[in-house]
Design a protein around this ligand. Sequence first.
Ligand SMILES: [Zn+2]
Length: 116
Amino acid sequence: MAWHPIFKRRRRKKGIEDERTLGEIYLLHFDRPYKHARHYMGWALIAADRIAEHRNGNGSNLMAVLKTIGIGFQIAWIKPGTRLDERKLKNRGGSARQCPICLQKEDNNAHTGIDC
Ligand SMILES: [Zn+2]
């Protein structure tokens, strides 16, 4: 009764990778917000490969939705790390403050005096 398909899927994650496997953490910045989401942070052994999947609407439910409704995204950054590191970054919150694209926009707004 406590069984839920998502548990099974998580535990069955393919391959040898676990939360300490060194891969790449990436942050994607959406061209426009989807509901309250402006970013997607993920982890993959090879981020570029996973991001290519995302561009085709694969690899994540959220990214599939974005593809369907036609929201594009840019890569804010890719850096080496483990799933544990990814979780720490996510727990820290405030993706916008970790996103150079957002920070740059803020900067431009400050210079031009645009309020938003
Ligand atoms: Zn951003």
